[in-house]
Design a protein around this ligand. Sequence first.
Ligand code: MG
Length: 163
Amino acid sequence: MDPDALRVGIGHDTHRLEPGGPLRLGGLELPSDYHAVGHSDADCLLHAITDAVLGAAALGDIGEMFPDTAEINRGRDSADMLTEAIARARQSGFRLVNLDCIVHLERPKLTLHKQKMLERIEAIVGLPPYRVGLKAKTGEKVGPVGNSEAVMAECVALMYREP
Ligand code: MG
């Protein structure tokens, strides 16, 4: 097997939560008692996916590609950043195979929103449903997630090099 044919990348992100919704997550505005704080639109899940894509293609990380010191990135739609990361990976010869994601959030419970979030992510990254996984975990009422002080997300991305 060609060792350059497949690449895996991992992404993680944490954002602080403050009172007052809605919560931007997975490219959607979810009804919530909290919102995430950040320089861009603070979409923790899309940031983790973006870092996983950039990692698989060895293109650095989201902070290097979209610095939070740049005015252009203030309040920026994270879907734009993810779209651009995928385009850059494609320029390097890599295409997405699949994503698997975990969101850590105490509330709202994501069960009701998971399907819409999946559909939004699939639309942004251009993958069919059977190639995108999304799991939601609470913090069991302990730690920053459990106390609704933070939202966290992880993602692994598999990419293949176009022959
Ligand atoms: Mg972030």
